[in-house]
Design a protein around this ligand. Structure first.
Ligand code: GLU
Ligand code: MG
Length: 465
């Protein structure tokens, strides 16, 4: 408030979230903001936010959360940005507000007595392209990606012999890595916004794939940070005349972009996932948490991988985790126990399946609820056939591979699984039947749009049928 009054900040930008994880914003001159703004909120039309209200009951309120303030470097003038919580006009919390779901999941975790804090460390992968075009017409549809770093650019006029072969760009250096300065600028902007960047690098994908790793935070804070990273990464790319995307599989034949999520549970400062004598330094409680995630895996991915494109990433051969199994180091397993951090402070699991097309509040809340369900039911991953699998799962003998369960092959399948299996999300009133029903309805509609449109691949296969 003192920064507002000092005149240092001239605009206050309130960011509110729709059900599917996209921010929208409204800006107030600083002189219009006072204590009342934080108490009573700012009205908006919920019917224009995807997944929220119908037109006849559309009035809603967004209340800024002062803890989330950051100076927005993309607004052209001294602008303070705040994330908001969504309320009904009568002052009750709106049940579909995703931030509210995450807050209730954190409260439910505390109420179980299992832990007081769930820590989440997300790793965000994304592509930085030079340009992207697409069109959708009744008689034609197309997309085209430009990237000077990509294999397909190697033979173009003016090429300098620096393009990557497909899937060959991991940790690459300049001049092949043409995105290094852009990633540095992204890291600077993130740090200026209060997010600690631990490292970033060129990822395996030749056409400008990068990864940004940020410091872990609690459930709600980590979800806030994911949206800040997406916003800042996209905007810095734009400022550099490039375009960044978190779409899970934008390039055929290349690695996709995931959002691996490191997790641990702490109680009174002690890591409940650590046991020096346990498998890979994990406690029985951590293994039950793993079993909860894997046994609810098919339903869970409807929230952690909620786009039709997500399932184009979850295929063999691209380091994507397609098996519902855990492993001490294997990248094709849904859950990996990272090596090198197996001590009382660092012991954790890495859930590799999610991608950044999710709404991180719903995704993280759902993952915690699945893990807690595993703990409450005392599940053991070994007895349920979830591993541990130490061999490269992509190359397992067919008989062994057949014993492992896979993640669903499509959004439609995962939505069916969520419809069948969501009681674990309703505990403690964390998710509601209403939210799940709307999610399934809207996401089925997306899948239907895709299913109705002929694609070039179908012309190749069937035009002469
Ligand atoms: N990009 C891969 C994925 O889709 C993961 C690569 C890695 O292990 O970092 O999840
Ligand atoms: Mg990676």
């Amino acid at each position: 408030m003192s920064r507002l009054k000092s005149g240092e900040i001239r605009h206050v930008d309130l960011k509110a979230l729709d059900l599917f994880g996209r921010w929208r914003h409204i800006t107030l001159p600083a002189h219009e903001v006072d204590e009342e703004t934080f108490r009573k909120g700012v009205p908006f039309d919920g019917s224009s936010f995807p997944g929220y209200r119908s037109i006849e009951e559309s009035d809603m309120l967004m209340l800024p959360d002062p803890e989330t303030a950051f100076v927005d470097p993309f607004s052209g003038a001294a602008t303070l940005s705040l994330l908001t919580d969504i309320y009904e006009p009568n002052g009750t919390r709106y049940g579909r507000d995703p931030r509210g779901v995450a807050q209730r999941a954190a409260a439910y975790l505390r109420a179980t007595g299992v832990a007081d804090t769930a820590y989440f460390g997300p790793e965000l992968e994304f592509f930085i392209f030079d340009g992207v075009r697409f069109e959708l017409r009744a008689n034609a549809s197309s997309y085209a990606i430009d990237s000077a770093e990509a294999e397909w650019a190697a033979g173009e006029a003016g090429a300098m012999g620096q393009a990557f072969q497909a899937k060959a760009a991991y940790f690459a250096t300049a001049p092949q890595d043409q995105s290094g300065p852009v990633r540095n600028a992204m890291a600077d902007a993130l740090e200026a916004a209060g997010i600690v960047v631990e490292r970033h690098h060129h990822e395996v994908g030749g056409p400008g794939q990068g990864e940004m790793n940020i410091r872990f935070a609690d459930l709600v804070g980590a979800a806030d940070n994911v949206l800040k990273v997406k916003y800042i990464v996209r905007n810095v790319a734009h400022q550099h005349g490039r375009t960044a995307t978190f779409m899970p599989k934008p390039v055929f034949g290349e690695n996709g972009s995931g959002m691996h999520v490191h997790q641990s549970l702490f109680l009174n400062g002690a890591n409940r996932f650590y046991d020096a004598d346990g498998y890979a330094g994990l406690s029985a409680l951590a293994r039950a948490y793993i079993a909860g995630i894997l046994s609810h895996g098919p339903a869970l991915v409807a929230l952690t991988n909620p786009t039709t494109n997500s399932y184009k990433r979850l295929v063999p051969g691209y380091e994507a985790p397609i098996y519902l199994a855990f492993s001490s180091a294997n990248r094709s397993a849904a859950i990996r126990v990272p090596v090198g951090v197996r001590d009382a402070k660092g012991a954790r699991i890495e859930f590799r399946t999610p991608d950044a097309s999710c709404n991180p509040y719903l995704a993280f809340a759902a993952v915690v609820m699945a893990g807690l369900d595993g703990i409450e039911r005392g599940l053991e991953p070994e007895r349920l056939g979830f591993g541990p699998v130490e061999k490269d799962i992509y190359h397992l003998p067919a008989a062994e591979a057949a014993k492992l369960r896979q993640v669903p092959g499509s959004l439609a399948e995962s939505l069916n699984a969520l419809e069948e299996d969501h009681a674990f999300l309703l505990k403690g009133g964390v998710f509601s039947e209403d939210l799940i029903a709307v999610w399934i309805r809207e996401k089925r509609e997306e899948a239907r749009r895709l299913a109705m449109r002929p694609t070039p691949e179908e012309f190749a296969l069937y035009f002469t049928a």
